[in-house]
Design a protein around this ligand. Structure first.
Ligand SMILES: NC(=O)C1=CN([C@@H]2O[C@H](COP(=O)(O)OP(=O)(O)OC[C@H]3O[C@@H](n4cnc5c(N)ncnc54)[C@H](OP(=O)(O)O)[C@@H]3O)[C@@H](O)[C@H]2O)C=CC1
Ligand SMILES: O=C(O)CCC(=O)C(=O)O
Length: 478
């Protein structure tokens, strides 16, 4: 089996060890061998990026545009294969895997366009005879640390804007998903980028991640992952004057009001809570339902849940693939136990499921009779588990929706324009969804949350430049 190497300073290099990558839908299936970088290699990657920065920052925008556009074209041409690899490795279903690969291609295309749209401003000074120019410059070396749940799209929406703005990149993917990361890196490596502008270092967070965080040659870190890790890393970067952007967890509410279209409400709940095995920071894990529709909603939701097919991610007809690994499955089972101990009623699912292939299969679970104070409604579970909270009216629903330490996405299902408009104004979240699932976002508009979910400027869309550039104000006597 071929060893997939790290990519440092334009060269493919073996690591100090190897990682084997396992298919969560079939744990007998070894996907590949991947080089494991150590601290020294992480430092070499940073040094290569630093050395490449001076020329890359002043490279023509046509060159930058063409390279990013080429990467996008290549990803789109290979989306079926990339999607298949992603699904085999991470466990989301094949349509979801191909959809994610497509999204990554579109992201590179979008940021190719952004290269040409990086603008500045020229203003009159308050002093006669002086002109003021405001321009944007790249930061330098950007470390990208990404999670396992979107192994191509999240790296894409960090790497593409970083390069578009003239930065060099050191990319450390999650150790669980080196296959997708390597495939993406291979496309980037052959795109015509000068050596050192883009580097891949596969390895653990504790070793490679920590080295990047503490390297004084790293100017910025863009991180997506758990709150525990994100919050611990941020002060270290801020403390040495580096920039940091964090996308972390969610405990996203989906409010269902009495006047909701029942089918829309159930569709949003199924999509938001259970697709991608619930392993999305945008997943709806709290279903906040007003009393008048509560019983009908639960009954119809359970009916639909029972029809969901949990099976091998690559099997045609699978709606929900496996949980990503044993550790995440243990976490999910723990929360199922905690929910029961807290007095919540498990009305559907939560069972380990046996299929033809040995995998981490868990049937989608629904708790009812829960309160917002329960741990299952306060802590991110990151699995196919949701809880219904019964409320009396819209005002109570809104208060419960906002009563969380997180603030990524917040959804409402209603036919009332008044309540929809009010919810858009008062939901304490970075993203608001009306009659749509809380998960599943566009690639060309800002993405990010409030409170404990995010830190730093928004990712994605034109707003991404706020993080990946630094503003300069120049005064000239005319
Ligand atoms: N909001 C989101 O999008 C996500 C949230 N999560 C939440 O986090 C939980 C745990 O998932 P997990 O993937 O382990 O999340 P982590 O936060 O541990 O991992 C995210 C990334 O950070 C790296 N990392 C871990 N520790 C360090 C460190 N000390 N210094 C630098 N980098 C580090 C990881 O590396 P490596 O894993 O390779 O060691 C990975 O690349 C999930 O159960 C879920 O609740 C997880 C993924 C995405
Ligand atoms: O819901 C989406 O489209 C994005 C989700 C995401 O970014 C995440 O789970 O990390």
């Amino acid at each position: 089996m071929m060893l997939h190497k790290n990519f440092i300073d334009g060269q493919w290099v073996a690591g100090s060890g190897e990682t084997l990558n396992i298919n969560p839908s079939d744990t007998r299936d070894v996907i590949g061998r991947y080089a494991r970088a150590d601290r020294a290699q992480a430092q070499e990657a940073v040094a290569a990026a630093r050395a490449a920065f001076a020329s890359w920052r002043s490279a023509g925008i046509q060159q930058r545009h063409d390279i990013l556009d080429h990467i996008g074209t290549e990803i789109l041409a290979r989306r079926e294969d990339l999607g298949r690899l992603l699904s085999r490795e991470e466990g989301k279903t094949l349509p979801e895997g191909i959809g994610e690969a497509t999204r990554a291609g579109m992201i590179f295309k979008f940021f190719a366009g952004e290269v040409l749209r990086l603008d500045g401003e020229r203003l009159p000074s308050v002093r006669p005879g002086v002109e003021v120019e405001v321009s944007r410059e790249p930061l330098g070396v950007v470390a990208v640390i990404s999670p396992w749940n979107f192994p191509i799209a999240i790296p894409a929406w960090k790497i593409a804007p970083a390069l578009a703005c003239g930065n060099c990149v050191v990319f450390k993917p999650a150790a669980l998903v080196p296959g997708s990361a390597w495939a993406l890196a291979e496309i980037i490596a052959h795109s015509g980028l000068p050596a050192g502008v883009f580097n891949l270092v596969m390895g653990s967070g504790a070793e490679v991640g920590e080295t990047l965080v503490d390297s004084t040659q790293v100017d910025a870190l863009t991180f997506t992952g758990s709150n525990t890790v994100g919050r611990a890393l941020a002060p270290r970067l801020v403390g040495r004057g580096a920039r940091v952007q964090l996308e972390m967890g969610g405990k996203n509410p989906l409010v269902v009001l009495d006047d909701a279209d029942l089918e829309v409400a159930v569709h949003c709940a199924i999509q938001g809570a259970y697709y991608s095995t619930g392993q999305r920071c945008t997943a709806s894990s709290r279903l906040i339902v007003t009393a008048g529709i509560h019983d009908r909603f639960v009954e119809r939701l359970v009916e639909k849940m029972q029809a969901l097919r949990v099976d091998h991610a690559l099997k045609e007809g699978s709606d929900i693939g496996p949980v990503v690994d044993q550790a995440q499955l243990d976490q999910d089972l723990d929360y199922l136990r905690i929910g029961r101990e807290e007095g919540a009623r498990l009305v559907c699912g939560g069972d380990l499921v046996e299929r033809e292939t040995p995998g981490y299969y868990l049937s989608p679970a629904l708790f009812t009779e829960t309160s917002n104070a329960m741990r299952i409604n306060r802590e991110e579970i990151f699995g196919p588990i949701a809880a219904v909270i019964r409320v009396q009216d819209y005002e109570e629903a809104l208060a419960v929706a906002n009563d969380t330490e997180f603030g990524l996405t917040s959804g409402i299902v209603t036919t009332s324009l008044k309540h929809a408009s009010d919810f858009k104004r008062r939901a304490q979240a970075g993203l608001v969804m009306v009659n749509l699932p809380t998960a599943g976002v566009d690639y060309h508009v800002p993405f990010g949350g409030r409170k404990g979910s995010s830190f730093g400027p928004r990712e994605q869309g034109g707003y991404a430049r706020e993080f990946f550039t630094i503003v300069k104000t120049a005064y000239t006597a005319s």
